[in-house]
Design a protein around this ligand. Structure first.
Ligand code: ZN
Ligand code: ZN
Length: 146
């Protein structure tokens, strides 16, 4: 049970994109950056970062590429039929992808650990203040630390 081999599944709104991912996320974060607000149409995105090689996806996807504030290449992957944002990749974190938490079949089991880009947070988007909060993107590498 607790050998870290847990398989979690998720899907887009219409169900044509499905995925599964093995193990535990490296980190779960809320992001208030402007790109995430536009992507989600809400006050922030919430994503769980997993190693790319633990992730398997079925179904057709569309991608959109943009450059982040720090000049990294960001790829957003979504369902071309219903538009659900499934995951994102960032060249700053090769080998990892960040799955949109709300697309998991059971996202209630995750615990967000950090809030990033709090400087872009709207007054109507109140958050749990006990979560570690950063004004922008901290210099953080998923290969560092525990
Ligand atoms: Zn869909
Ligand atoms: Zn963001």
């Amino acid at each position: 049970m607790s050998d870290g081999k847990q398989i979690r599944r998720g899907r887009c709104l219409c169900g044509s994109v499905q995925y599964e991912v093995e193990g535990e996320p490296r980190i779960v974060a809320h992001c208030h950056c402007e790109d995430c607000q536009r992507l989600t149409g809400a006050g922030h995105s919430t994503g769980a970062m997993f190693p790319t090689d633990k992730f398997q996806l079925t179904g057709p996807v569309a991608t959109y590429q943009l450059q982040s504030e720090n000049g990294n290449q960001v790829t957003r992957v979504f369902c071309p039929s219903c538009g659900s944002p499934i995951f994102g990749r960032n060249t700053a974190m090769e080998g990892y992808l960040t799955i949109s938490l709300g697309t998991f079949d059971d996202s209630s089991k995750f615990t967000p650990e950090v809030v990033v880009f709090a400087r872009n947070r709207n007054p109507w988007d109140s958050m749990d203040e006990s979560i570690e909060t950063y004004d922008a993107q901290p210099h953080w590498n998923p290969r560092d630390g525990a």
